[in-house]
Design a binder for this molecule. Sequence first.
Ligand code: NAD
Ligand code: UGA
Length: 486
Amino acid sequence: FPTEIKKIACIGAGYVGGPTMAVIAQQCPHIQVTVVDINPQRIADWNDEDLSKLPVYEPGLPEVVAEARGRNLFFSTDVEGAIRESEMIFISVNTPTKTYGVGKGMAADLKYVELCARQIAEVATSNKIVVEKSTLPVRTAQAIRTILDSSSINGDTGASNKKAQFAVLSNPEFLAEGTAITDLLHADRVLIGSEDSEGGKQAEQALANIYANWIPREQIITTRIWSSELSKLTANAFLAQRISSINSISALCERTGADVDEVARAIGMDSRIGSKFLKSSVGFGGSCFQKDILNLVYLCRHFNLPEVADYWEQVVTLNDYQKHRFAKQIIDSLFNTVSGKKISFLGWAFKKDTNDTRESAAIYVADELLQDRAEIHVYDPKVKAEQIYADLEYLQANRRNTTQENGQLSSEEIRQLVNVHQSPFDATQNAHAIAVLTEWDEFKTYDWQKIYDGMLKPAFIFDGRNILDREALKAIGFELTSIGKG
Ligand code: NAD
Ligand code: UGA
């Protein structure tokens, strides 16, 4: 395998494939990078002249795309052409939790990854380095290798018509949405796992050489391939565990009169604990934390480690509890029913500075309030109305926890009860209560007196992110409830 790569393909133009390849192209003008996807609309959006139409909203991304697109960065639907042309192929497709069959609700669905491997095996006529960029269960590289090696065997005659050799690398992505460009440019580390063979080492060298264009060599770490795959699941499990840990304490703070932000600050100054990822909230969301922990739990059960599985599953259980607790607090405070009451949601995205809503806590809180027939009015600076309806419909169809009592809501009922607004003032006009679900900076800057004046009294506000000025809001007259503040 060559150790200096000239042409890269990336299969999957999503939240990871798009920004990651844009940064590689920007930092390596000597490498041609082609990002391909089966979704023609996504590719058209990546190619749109108007950079505000890029399918992924990320601060700094339009500037990077503007610099590299058309020079050495290309977006296309020609998956086969890109595979054929390139020396290195990143697989960056989605790996959601399975919604059917064996492992339903727990295991990662690897059908898209498998399809990519089959397609590469079928199309390749020269040697390829295949890079796992998607987050995958430990030992997936083995499955990819088996497909790559056996698909070149003729089904009728059994004869090998091997045209190409393959190397498989694991190169998990650690970027967080909302800060993807900074995370990619200034990664704490780049992780490359390789197979224990001469080809594997050459491939590892080739990938390390690409990152070395902007990441210091000592931050590019290499491991065995299984360690690399498992490190990604472990990193996400540890990060999510910190949030569930502080959220568990938030419940105790509310009972005891302690303040969770004060507790977080006090423990975070211990350098062994550290101050990051201790912000108590309505619960973590995003496409990965829950999916990756459930996948880890599934793997532990598969390898007959029930105690380890139970330990990690509790992180997700606590997160479900936190979302439920928040919804219940709203209903309890509004005299035990929200039926027919107007509840305003500020924020729908799973965190600020992204238009991504996957697994956002807002979806689950909305669902609980809708079960009690609340009227929900949403304002989010970046999320489109159709996405909000799609999220609620998806939840109706794919409840993970089938023991939940929540009933099914039809699409018509959802559209009747949920309204999406273009301004926070419209969303909160005549509302009984406001719930803050995302920590968008602009929420802190609103004219809260004006919002209060437009609401029904008592004017309740539930700050699921602890971002608002408590004293100022109380002085205006709001009935304020924050997370973890007794
Ligand atoms: P995504 O859904 O945004 O993008 C995946 C894309 O792959 C979609 O556009 C889909 O159309 C395309 N695709 C699926 N099958 C295909 C095929 N056979 N051929 C061509 N295109 C195909 O997903 P994402 O958020 O970018 O996540 C991708 C992977 O990266 C996941 O495994 C995820 O766990 C991991 N990851 C995500 C993040 C994140 O912040 N979103 C961070 C680190 C790792
Ligand atoms: C997370 C990890 O941070 C990335 O390293 C990883 O690459 C990525 O998952 C992935 O594998 O997909 P992301 O989900 O994009 O990134 O965003 P985070 O900043 O981790 O936030 C996740 C959720 O936790 C959000 O809902 C956020 O609001 C919440 N959160 C985060 C808290 O409630 N408290 C905190 O202190 C931090």
